[in-house]
Design a binder for this molecule. Structure first.
Ligand code: ZN
Length: 432
């Protein structure tokens, strides 16, 4: 089934698995701690994680999504993603400015009323409860009827006290009411404007970060820009496969004097045009929860390596693929083991390693690749090629070193045709 391809990448044997490649003998062992192994086990079943990885292995846009780190997209089990590919920052600034007054005033008034309500009502309640306790203590030998009368009497007095408090603060409440009337807004509308204001403020603060997410996705599908429709399709797929759930979409018209906003709970279509003013400046804010297994895999950085393992699993030149394992070689005595993301044994007796990262900072990537090459060399394990697949905006992929084994670095622009690029390089290097 194309929607869910179940593959068993686990190694249940504690002592590891022996693999013979030509004259070389390797041992493959599961990583310690075994937390990752229990997530990898999910891929044996039809789970949201398996569906996500299956999709990403053949759909470049889902793959682009998978190569974004958890920190970049998510927070505390949920995703907040404003759909902004064609939206200009200044239109958000103008809209925010336009609703600033109502939002600030509402916040102030509601705060005053809440303070009044809290202090006066809580005093009324605590006074009466104290009195009730005192009186009911005196009535402890009395029959039920008298106690019931006492309770009803107290409730009546509580209602009276509250109505007195409301009357006492009539001016403050009326002032807010007049303000809403002057703006032609209902109470719900004023609260909603306050919410939208805070959402726009947050969006402006994070504008560059969100823009960089869309740049990543556009690059990773080899496009100049990603469209709102493509994002809608991507999010729909993630929802249908159970990766995301509990969806809320708030759509706000960014035309300065238009008040249209609506909240929906499923992705049918992101509104592109405002039904109120017909303007085409709609901001759609997407919120959703992430399925727990996907979240765990994502946080551990396992998703990109899972995608790559799936992409190469059934290539006709591949003998076997191992995901997130430690590799050891048996020479005279065994070498020390080295942790690798994806290990591919080819039918023509080669060992190809693919390391993946959601990092995009060139210096971080270079440091990490140097460390990896050194670890492999020091372990004594013999491999034929190492590919380092990153989320960096490299224009071209390039060979980093030739010896002791060939190392190539690829960026997000190469994700869409990752398998083709790697096959091309391997053939050019006469490794295939
Ligand atoms: Zn509008």
């Amino acid at each position: 089934m194309r929607n869910c391809r179940r593959i068993d990448f686990t190694i249940p044997e504690v002592q590891g698995r022996k693999v013979q490649i030509g004259s070389r003998t390797y041992i493959i062992v599961a990583h310690k701690p075994r937390e990752a192994e229990s997530i990898i086990l999910q891929l044996k079943y039809d789970t949201p994680l398996t569906r996500l990885i299956t999709m990403a292995s053949h759909d470049p846009l889902v793959r682009a999504w998978c190569f974004l780190s958890y920190e970049r997209l998510a927070e505390e089990s949920n995703i907040k993603l404003p759909v902004i590919p064609t939206i200009r920052k200044d239109s958000i600034e103008i809209k925010k400015e336009k609703i600033q007054h109502v939002a600030e005033r509402t916040l102030k008034e509601v705060e005053t009323i809440m303070n009044i309500a809290w202090s006066s009502f809580s005093k009324a309640i605590s006074d009466l409860v104290r009195e009730y306790m005192r009186k009911s203590e005196k009535l402890r030998h009395e029959r039920g009827k008298k106690k019931e009368w006492l309770f009803n009497r107290l409730m009546e007095r509580l209602e009276y006290r509250i109505s007195c408090e409301i009357a006492r603060h009539k001016d403050e409440i009326e002032r807010f009411y007049n303000f809403m009337e002057a703006w032609g807004l209902s109470f719900v509308e004023t609260i909603r404007i306050t919410e939208i204001h805070s959402v726009l403020s947050e969006l402006l603060e994070n504008f560059e970060k969100i823009k960089s997410i869309y740049e990543h996705m556009a690059d990773a599908i080899c496009a100049k820009q990603i469209t709102a429709l493509e994002i809608q399709e991507l999010l729909s797929k993630l929802e249908e496969s159970g990766v995301l759930y509990g969806i809320i979409i708030t759509s706000v018209c960014l035309m300065p004097s238009c008040r249209f906003n609506v909240t929906s709970y499923n992705i049918v279509e992101f509104p592109q045009k405002c039904p109120f003013c017909r303007g085409e400046n709609m901001l759609n804010l997407f919120y959703a929860w992430i399925q727990p297994d996907v979240k765990n895999a994502w946080e551990l950085g396992l998703i990109p390596e899972m995608v790559v393992a799936y992409m190469f699993y059934d290539k006709d030149w591949v003998k076997s693929v191992y995901l997130h394992k430690a590799l050891q070689q048996l020479i005279d005595s065994s070498t020390s083991s080295v942790k690798l993301d994806v290990i591919i044994f080819t039918k023509n007796g080669k060992v190809i390693v693919i390391e993946v990262t959601t990092h995009r900072d060139e210096s971080v990537i270079m440091r990490s690749i140097e460390r990896k090459v050194k670890t492999i060399q020091e372990s004594g394990v013999c491999i034929d090629a190492l590919f380092y697949v990153t989320s960096a905006p490299f224009q071209r992929y390039f060979q980093y070193i030739e010896e002791p084994f060939s190392v190539w670095i690829l960026g997000r622009r190469h994700l869409a045709k990752l398998d083709e690029h790697i096959e091309y390089i391997l053939k050019k290097q006469q490794l295939l």
